[in-house]
Design a protein around this ligand. Structure first.
Ligand code: GDP
Length: 138
């Protein structure tokens, strides 16, 4: 099990001023931030990042949402990083997420669900290197 994962604090969270609250929660859960950038994803970046969902009927909406405003991307570290972040995030649909999870507390809908977290160690590695050079992880 790798000790790194990748997160995006999504546009709805940034728009509502929830970035600090979400980072505070992640730090309280033992995650350390190794890399952090604020950026406004281009259409190309969003389409490429979510390429696995290209055939899904919500793909266009997802890209539109993810490019609708700035996001924070971060590389996070702690023991069992991938499964622990998935647990702290909660279910994709905030309405179905457990109490106390980030999506329950800050998500609006199955689309505007506050946060992304890698779903496997391999994807965590690929997603971190999509946004960060190794020298930017400190
Ligand atoms: P995740 O791993 O929990 O983020 O979920 P997925 O990989 O299945 O989906 C990626 C992202 O697409 C989600 O986090 C949502 O922002 C969005 N999404 C997922 N399902 C739907 C849906 O049914 N409709 C819409 N509009 N967006 C969705």
């Amino acid at each position: 099990m790798s000790n790194r994962t990748f997160t995006i604090i999504k546009p709805d969270s940034v728009r509502k001023g929830n970035f600090g609250k979400i980072i505070t929660k992640l730090e309280a859960e033992g995650f350390r931030v190794r890399g952090l950038k604020k950026l406004h994803l281009s259409q190309k970046q969003a389409e490429s990042f979510y390429g696995v969902h290209r055939e899904r009927q919500f793909f266009k909406d997802l890209v539109k949402y993810m490019t609708s405003g700035p996001v924070y991307v971060a590389a996070l570290e702690r023991e069992d990083a991938v499964p622990h972040l998935r647990k702290v995030m909660g279910a994709t649909d905030p309405a179905k997420a457990d109490a106390g999870t980030i999506r329950k507390d800050f998500g609006e809908s199955i689309e505007q669900n506050a946060i992304h977290g890698s779903d496997s160690d391999d994807n965590a590695k690929a997603e971190i290197s999509f946004f960060f050079a190794e020298s930017e992880l400190v």
